[in-house]
Design a protein around this ligand. Structure first.
Ligand code: CA2
Length: 145
């Protein structure tokens, strides 16, 4: 299986700022751990980060025909982006929504996800391990919506 990991705005700062909320692990370290697990599962992965909503929309659109599943930490766009939601719905690729933190135990505005309804499911609150759980869930879809 080919699985695309997409990371939204400010996740490039992981491990460098606000460690009390997001921990000390960098995004590069998370990627390395995901790559190790993916190799064991026999899955190919691509791992990207963008601070731009439009670029993320483009990546979701371009995933059609190339990737069997998406694992998406849309960061703040989770709570704001109808464009990302429409792109996920349009491509018809099983998408797993993931978050490092438990968004439901945080501020009210983080409780609402605009993408959840078009995703297969949501994983949140497990820190970097949310990415491994997302990978396992993506492999388990076998590319089926
Ligand atoms: O818990 C998550 O994974 C989030 O997607 C992270 C987003 C937040 O807006 C979502 O509500 C939940 C924020 C990512 C920002 O990451 C930073 C990392 C280090 C320093 C500052 C921001």
């Amino acid at each position: 299986m080919n699985i695309l990991f997409l990371n939204g705005p400010n996740l490039n700062l992981l491990g460098q700022r606000q460690p009390e909320i997001y921990g000390r692990t960098t995004l590069a370290e998370i990627e390395a751990t995901v790559r190790l697990r993916a190799a064991k599962l026999g899955a190919e992965i691509d791992f990207r980060q963008s601070n731009l909503e439009g670029e993320m929309v483009e990546w979701v659109q371009q995933a059609q025909g190339k990737f069997d599943a998406l694992v998406l930490n849309a960061a703040a766009y989770t709570h704001t982006s109808i464009a990302l939601r429409d792109a996920i719905a349009a491509v018809g690729i099983p998408t797993i929504e993931i978050h490092l933190s438990n968004v439901h135990s945080r501020e009210e505005f983080r409780h609402r996800s605009l993408i959840a309804a078009v995703c297969r499911g949501q994983i949140c609150g497990f820190g970097p391990f949310s990415y491994i759980l997302g990978l396992e869930a993506a492999v388990n879809t076998n590319g089926k919506l």
